[in-house]
Each structure stands twice: as structure tokens, then as C-alpha cells.
Design a protein around this ligand. Structure first.
Ligand code: C2E
Ligand code: CA
Ligand code: CA
Length: 591
């Protein structure tokens, strides 16, 4: 065996070394490939657009997300510039921005709106320049994160904060912001006013209470649609709460523009609304205030419009009124009066007077009508000057309850003094009838005072019934079931017909005193009174003539078979301690 020469041995070793190096290189390449795949995998797995461009703007790398979003393959993107994909103008813009990045060389981010194959996306984009030592070259690295969901959510939250959820109309906050902007950015002069039209639906509460909240909501939605359709493009319709809407009229040249908008709104409400198959006629009362004439902030302007709106309601609803500064003075006066009224309740300044009612055929007093008075510093204030305010403020609920309890207590004391044939009648106001659980109240007061139900009569007006006939009929039936009597006060002054009233379980009609006045020589009044008596009798109702002031009138009613009479001729309303005397004396005097 020949031994290898040292040279051969070296060659052999060299081969071995080469082999070893080759293996090592392969391993290194393998590791490199793994690294590359890993990096690429990471880049492609990220839900972020990542791309690399050279100095000329040519794409040299784009990850999968970029390819997907652009609807292009990597091969289609490589080597291309924005000029290959976008219209010239957009591409030029884009390139100019990129050159700025090249100039600044640090990260520039911005939020942009991009249209990817017809789909609008919001992207957070960033671009910067990186330097690769290995190639001794600079590249522009770009990324883009799709933030469309976040933007939509932000928009939704903002929309919700500034819009009403039921009608999707702008809300109070929107109006506030709008006004703040308007006052800041508009050079306001007389030719550039902002009109604030405030409206609410007349008797919305009745609808809501009787048909339910769902029906109420549907009505509000329907109303908001009509409002949007009736006002012009420049006006803004907002809902600021409950059944209150505001229409803002920017850049008004003349206040007549606001009147014109009101006319359109009122016209839009003329057709009935149909909710759950029920036809509803809805009217609105409107108040207008003007910026800057009537105030600089929303609160003042809305308060002004509110006062004007209340004036519209006083005028009989379904109309509009422009604010004037005298309204503010009236409101202050009214507020003072309201405070006094509340105090009067607390310090027992209310008293009941009683006016007798006689049976005309026998001249016998059979009952007393309780009429409230306010004794304020030795001055007796008549109900006409405080009941309307008590109605408006809701104080009538407490006052009415006091009247009912006092009248029943007083009548019970007459019974206890041997006059058990006497009845007492109590006037019930619309608010009381609507808001209070009147059946429960009457029943508990009767129990509390021990007055027999047959000795109590409630006087309701036609208005109470006509506001919501269905509900009224239900309540009246419940009251009747307690055993009390129901009369219709001021009959003939409301809208109802006798035929209509036939459907209600009532007992008595009171001919309004306006038909009794001058009846001796006023033929129309005489014939109205006669007609009411005979129609009432044909419906088996009893009739009271109120406001009888002279013998001729009493004779007239006696001759026409009217059942009962009341008026100054018989007696003016008197205080409680006079009632017993009156009963003794009057019985004799009238005879
Ligand atoms: P009303 O219920 O129609 O009461 C009759 C009114 O006519 C009373 O006025 C009475 O004093 C007056 N009167 C009676 N006889 C004659 C007459 O011969 N000639 C004239 N010119 N007037 C006569 P009063 O007491 O000032 O009450 C006014 C209105 O205030 C009442 O009209 C009633 O609607 C309301 N009212 C009175 N008391 C109450 C109450 O306790 N609750 C409620 N809700 N309303 C009340
Ligand atoms: Ca009355
Ligand atoms: Ca009356």
C-alpha cells in the first residue's frame, strides 16, 4: 500500500474543507430562506398595507394586504408607479407628497380617504425613508392601516350625540352648537337674522295618555316627517324634547320669512294623521324669536319663543306668535302670582262660597254650588282671575282636591243639622279630570267625610268631554257607578251636540248664563233656552238655568218646565256661615 504523499493529503483535506464549507453555506442559505419566509410571512399576515418604493416611485415590494386592497397581484405592482394606476392629477399630487417625504426623511402620517375599487376606505397612512446598508440604497417605506370601522363608529357616536334617537332629527345639543357657530362666523346684521320657530303639538299629552306611548312615538315620527317635508332646504328641523320641535331659519332677511315657514308648517298638519287605524287631527301652537333681536344664547331665545308659544295657546291654539318684550314682563307678573297662589294653598287663604239652586216648581232650595274664592289681605279674589293660572301650572290639582274635600265636609255638616235633602255641586277643571285619578279621589273623600254619594254632583264642561270623548265616557261611567250625579256646566258654549251627549251617562245640563241674560227681550236666547229644555227632557236629562237675575227670567223658565234655577235673584254666592240663614229665609222670600 503506497502511502499518500503529503500533497495529496493536503488536496484531500482541502476537498473535505470545501465540502464542509459547502454544507455550511447550504445551511446558511436555508436559515436565510427561513428568515426571509418568516419576514415575508409576518408582512403578509399583518392587516396593514406595507410597501416599498425606490426613489423614482417604483414599487419594489408590496405585501398581500396591499395587493388585495388594490385588487392586483404582486407582479402587477412591481416596477409600477402611481402614474400607472391613478388619473394624472391625483398621481401628480401623490408624487409631490412622496417627494416631500424624500426631502424630510422622517415619518409622515396622515388620515386619508381612499377609493379602492369603488369602495371608500379611511386609512391611516405613514411614509418614511429607510437606508439599506447592504445595497447602499434608500427606499421609501409606506404603510396604511384601514381605520374605516373606527371612523364609522366615531361618526355614529357623534351622530347619536347630536341627534334624537326617535326621529333622527338634530337634537338640542345640535341646535346649541349650531347657534354658537352661527354667532361666531356670521357677521350678524338686520339682513342676516336667525329665526327660531318653536312649536309643540296641541293636546299631545291627551293622545299619549289615551292611545299609549307607542302611538305617541309614532305620531312624533310622522310629525317630524311632515315638518321636514314642509320646510325648505336651508331650514333645520330639530326635536328638543317631548313634543317640542324647533325650526332654525338661517340668514333671514326679513321676519316675514319666519311667518311664511309657520304658515307652511300649519298647512302641513291639516291632513289627519293615521295611527293604528285611528284618525287624529293634530294642530300646533308656535312661538317665534329672532337672533340677535331677542337674545344671544339659546336659552334666552327658546324662552322667548316659549312665551310667544304660550300666547298662541292662549289665543286658542293652532296659530303662531312673534315674541315681544312685553311678554317677558307678563311672565314675571305671572310667576309672582304663581308664587302667591302656592302660598295661598299653604296658608289656607282659599274659601268656598255657596250659591243655592232651587227647584223651580216648588221654589225649594235643593242644593248648593261650591264656588271658590281667594281671600288675600281682606280682598276677595274671584276664581276667574286665578283658576286659569292654577290650570296652567297644575296647581289646580291640589286646589281642586281641597275644594272637593271641603265641599263634602260642609255638605255633611248640613246633613248633620237636619238638612239631609241638600246636595253640593263641585266644579271640576279639565286638568283635574285628565290628570288625577278622579274616581279614586271622589270615592275616598266620600268615605272620609261620610257624605252619601247621592248628595254629590260634579260639574264638568263640554270641553272636558270633547277633548277625549272615549276616555271621558269611561271615567264618567266609573263616577256614576259610585252613585254621584254628573252635570254639564255652561252648556251650549262648547262644541258638543245634545245628540252626542246622549252617549254619556250624565244627569243634568246647566244652560249657560249667557243664554239667560236678556232672555226677556232677546228672542234668540229665549229660543235656545227653550230648545235645550225640551231636547234635554227628551233625553231624560234634568235642566238647570243659571244666572237668573230677575223675576221675568224665573217665570220664563217656570213656564217652560225648566227643573232648577240658580242666580242672583235667588241668592248671590254666600259664605258657609250664611248658608243656614239663607235656607231658612230664601225659602220664604222666593215664595
Ligand atoms: P261657573 O261654574 O259657571 O259658576 C257660575 C258663576 O256665575 C259664578 O261665578 C257665580 O258667582 C256667577 N253667577 C251666579 N249667578 C249669577 C247671576 O245671576 N248673574 C251673574 N252675572 N253671574 C252669576 P264665580 O263664582 O266667579 O265663578 C266663576 C267660574 O270659576 C265658575 O263658573 C267656574 O267655572 C270657576 N270656578 C269656581 N269655583 C271653582 C272651583 O272650585 N273649581 C274650579 N275648577 N272652577 C271653579
Ligand atoms: Ca259651575
Ligand atoms: Ca256655569
Amino acid at each position: 500500500m503506497s502511502k499518500l504523499s503529503p500533497l495529496n493529503e493536503d488536496i484531500e483535506n482541502l476537498h473535505l474543507r470545501i465540502k464542509e464549507l459547502e454544507n455550511r453555506e447550504e445551511e446558511l442559505l436555508k436559515v436565510l430562506r427561513i428568515h426571509e419566509a418568516l419576514h415575508l410571512g409576518i408582512l403578509n399576515a399583518l392587516p396593514i398595507n406595507i410597501f416599498l418604493e425606490d426613489r423614482e416611485g417604483r414599487t419594489i415590494f408590496a405585501n398581500d394586504t396591499t395587493c388585495d386592497m388594490n385588487g392586483k397581484s404582486l407582479e402587477e405592482l412591481i416596477g409600477k408607479t402611481v402614474f400607472d394606476f391613478f388619473p394624472k392629477k391625483i398621481a401628480e399630487n401623490q408624487r409631490a407628497m412622496d417627494l416631500e417625504v424624500w426631502k424630510q426623511r422622517n415619518l409622515i402620517t396622515k388620515e386619508v380617504k381612499v377609493n379602492f375599487s369603488g369602495e371608500e376606505k379611511h386609512m391611516l397612512t405613514g411614509k418614511t425613508i429607510i437606508h439599506l446598508k447592504e445595497s447602499n440604497n434608500d427606499y421609501m417605506l409606506g404603510f396604511g392601516l384601514d381605520i374605516t370601522d373606527r371612523i364609522i363608529a366615531e361618526r355614529l357616536i357623534k351622530h347619536m350625540a347630536y341627534h334624537d334617537t326617535l326621529t333622527d332629527l338634530p337634537n338640542r345639543r345640535f341646535v346649541e352648537t349650531f347657534l354658537a357657530d352661527y354667532t361666531k362666523h356670521n357677521n350678524i346684521n338686520k339682513q342676516n337674522m336667525l329665526g327660531i320657530v318653536l312649536l309643540d303639538l296641541d293636546r299631545f299629552k291627551v293622545i299619549n295618555d289615551s292611545l299609549g306611548h307607542h302611538a305617541g312615538d309614532m305620531l312624533l315620527q310622522a310629525v317630524s316627517n311632515r315638518l321636514i317635508n314642509s320646510v325648505g332646504e336651508k331650514e333645520i328641523t330639530a326635536r328638543i324634547g317631548g313634543d317640542e320641535f324647533i325650526i332654525l331659519i338661517p340668514n333671514m332677511q326679513h321676519r316675514d320669512e319666519a311667518m311664511y315657514v309657520c304658515e307652511k308648517i300649519m298647512r302641513s298638519m291639516e291632513d289627519d294623521f293615521e295611527i293604528y287605524g285611528q284618525k287624529l287631527n293634530v294642530t300646533t301652537s308656535i312661538g317665534i324669536s329672532l337672533y340677535p333681536k331677542h337674545g344671544n344664547d339659546l336659552n334666552t331665545l327658546v324662552k322667548g319663543a316659549d312665551l310667544a308659544m304660550y300666547q298662541s295657546k292662549d289665543k286658542g291654539r293652532n296659530c303662531y306668535t312673534l315674541f315681544s318684550s312685553t311678554m317677558r314682563d307678563c311672565a314675571i307678573e305671572r310667576m309672582d302670582k304663581e308664587i302667591l297662589l302656592r302660598q295661598a294653598l299653604e296658608t289656607n287663604e282659599f274659601v268656598l262660597f255657596y250659591q243655592p239652586k232651587i227647584e223651580i216648581a216648588t221654589n225649594k232650595i235643593y242644593g248648593m254650588e261650591a264656588l271658590i274664592r281667594w281671600r288675600n289681605d281682606d280682598q276677595i279674589i274671584s276664581p276667574d282671575s286665578f283658576i286659569p293660572l292654577a290650570e296652567e301650572t297644575g296647581l289646580i290639582i291640589t286646589i281642586g282636591e281641597w275644594v272637593l274635600r271641603q265641599a263634602c265636609t260642609d255638605c255633611k255638616s248640613w246633613h248633620d243639622q237636619g238638612l239631609s235633602h241638600l246636595s253640593v255641586s263641585v266644579n271640576i277643571s279639565p286638568q283635574q279630570f285628565k290628570r288625577q285619578n278622579i274616581e279614586e279621589l271622589v270615592s275616598s273623600i266620600l268615605q272620609e267625610t261620610g257624605l252619601p254619594p247621592s248628595a254629590l254632583e260634579l260639574e264638568l264642561t263640554e270641553g272636558i268631554i270633547m277633548q277625549d270623548p272615549g276616555n271621558a265616557s269611561f271615567i264618567i261611567s266609573n263616577l256614576k257607578a259610585l252613585g254621584i250625579k254628573i252635570s254639564i256646566d255652561d252648556f251650549g258654549t262648547g262644541f258638543s251636540s245634545l245628540g252626542y251627549l246622549k252617549q254619556f251617562p250624565i244627569d243634568i245640563l246647566k244652560i249657560d248664563k249667557s243664554f239667560v241674560t236678556n232672555l226677556e227681550w232677546d228672542e234668540t236666547n229665549a229660543s235656545i233656552s227653550t230648545a235645550v229644555i225640551s231636547l234635554a227632557h227628551s233625553l231624560k236629562l234634568e235642566v238647570v238655568a243659571e244666572g237668573i237675575e230677575n223675576e221675568e227670567q224665573l217665570t220664563f223658565f217656570r213656564n217652560h218646565g225648566c227643573d232648577f234655577g240658580q242666580g242672583y235673584l235667588i241668592s248671590k254666592p254666600v259664605e258657609m256661615d250664611m248658608v243656614m240663614n239663607l235656607i231658612k229665609e230664601k225659602y220664604i222670600k222666593v215664595n
